[in-house]
Design a protein around this ligand. Structure first.
Ligand code: NI
Length: 189
């Protein structure tokens, strides 16, 4: 979608995405999937795109509470962009605040569901496997922690999808995760 504020916001946001598992590539994949889901589910794509673009901007500073830091940065950046509709800023903020499924502060809007589903999809499939081991290494965790992440989190994601389109996209990625995990356990012996 051609939105006048997009390039400006990208330029401002890029410096916040320097970490490996939550880098610019993660944001771009999440944004693409969120927009794909959003267009099928008739969401406000302007809100979806801005929220996806900014959702992990606070990760580097404070991983544990990054939804709050990202929401703060989002407001700070968006108010300075005249072409971004002012009335949508608080909706972007709400969507970012509730993008972490585990936090249970779930906004029920379709835009929030699009971002949550897209963020989950990037933790599934081949990308999900790669990010899981990458993230664990980045945080100096043990090998076993990465492997435990499969039954504890990754294999549950399919059942947590909130949109019809998201559920559809999750099928193949879930099947791959399951197959990978089974083979991994077998080869670990
Ligand atoms: Ni994310």
């Amino acid at each position: 979608m051609n939105m006048p504020w997009k390039k400006t916001l990208e330029k401002k946001a890029v410096k916040f995405y320097k970490l490996g598992a939550h880098d610019w590539g993660h944001m771009q994949r999440v944004r693409k999937m969120a927009l794909e889901i959003g267009s099928k589910e008739k969401a406000d794509l302007e809100v979806v795109e801005a929220a996806a673009l900014l959702h992990d901007t606070g990760y580097e500073k404070t991983p544990e509470k990054h939804e709050q830091e990202s929401a703060r940065i989002a407001v700070q950046l968006l108010v300075k962009i005249p072409s971004f509709p002012k009335e949508k800023i608080s909706r972007v903020k709400t969507v970012i605040l509730s993008h972490r499924f585990s936090k249970r502060r779930l906004d029920k809007s379709i835009e929030a569901k699009c971002l949550r589903d897209a963020d989950k999809l990037d933790a599934m499939g081949a990308i999900g496997v790669g990010r899981c081991f990458f993230w664990t290494g980045e945080h100096n965790e043990k090998w076993g922690a990465a492997v435990a992440h499969f039954p504890e989190k990754l294999l549950k994601l399919k059942g947590l999808m909130e949109t019809k389109t998201g559920r559809k996209l999750a099928k193949e990625r879930h099947a791959f995760l399951k197959k990978f995990y089974k083979k991994l356990k077998k080869e670990e012996g």
